[in-house]
Write a protein that binds this ligand. Structure first.
Ligand SMILES: [Zn+2]
Length: 162
């Protein structure tokens, strides 16, 4: 189902999402379908996290290719390594449509990510550049962190108390 993307400020964007169990049940698969369908229906979007749709579970979807031919759903993604070298990113978020829409953040240039796919297979890949930035941004969501909190100039924290 195509879901509404929750807009900041909203306490649901500030909570730490829960890991999926090893064995996905129908309920969990429905969450991943919502993520895929909402992503496909959202223009100019390179990534979403399940908790942006009101599902407080650890899953993200990303695709940085122009035609979105490499859409990847990551269940329980973990960044196991992040380079000390940072990149300056022109960041933005589908949950931040009001007020500040874009701003510069620093994110690691290279990351290693482990995750499980929809079929339950484990993966471990290295990403760099925009892909690393996009995945880092989405994993931030799962930890209740918006890019606004990382703005190089004037960070904004909406969900301080949640
Ligand atoms: Zn976002």
């Amino acid at each position: 189902m195509i879901k509404f993307i929750i807009q900041a400020p909203d306490d649901r964007l500030g909570i730490v999402a829960t890991p999926f169990p090893d064995q996905l049940e129908d309920l969990h698969k429905d969450i991943l379908i919502d993520l895929l369908e909402t992503f496909k229906a959202t223009h100019n979007c390179i990534g979403l996290a399940a908790n942006q749709l009101g599902h407080p579970w650890r899953a993200i979807i990303t695709d940085i290719t122009p035609g979105r031919g490499e859409t990847c759903i990551m269940v329980n993604p973990v960044i196991t390594k992040a380079s000390e070298a940072q990149q300056r990113v022109n960041d933005g978020c589908m949950s931040v449509k009001r007020g500040i829409r874009n701003g510069y953040t620093y994110r690691p240039k290279r990351i290693t990510v482990e995750w499980v796919d929809v079929a339950g297979d484990k993966h471990r890949w290295k990403f760099s550049g925009l892909a690393a930035a996009a995945i880092h941004h989405e994993v931030d969501h799962l930890n209740g962190v918006l890019f606004l909190a990382r703005l190089i100039d004037n960070p904004v924290v909406f969900n301080e108390n949640s």
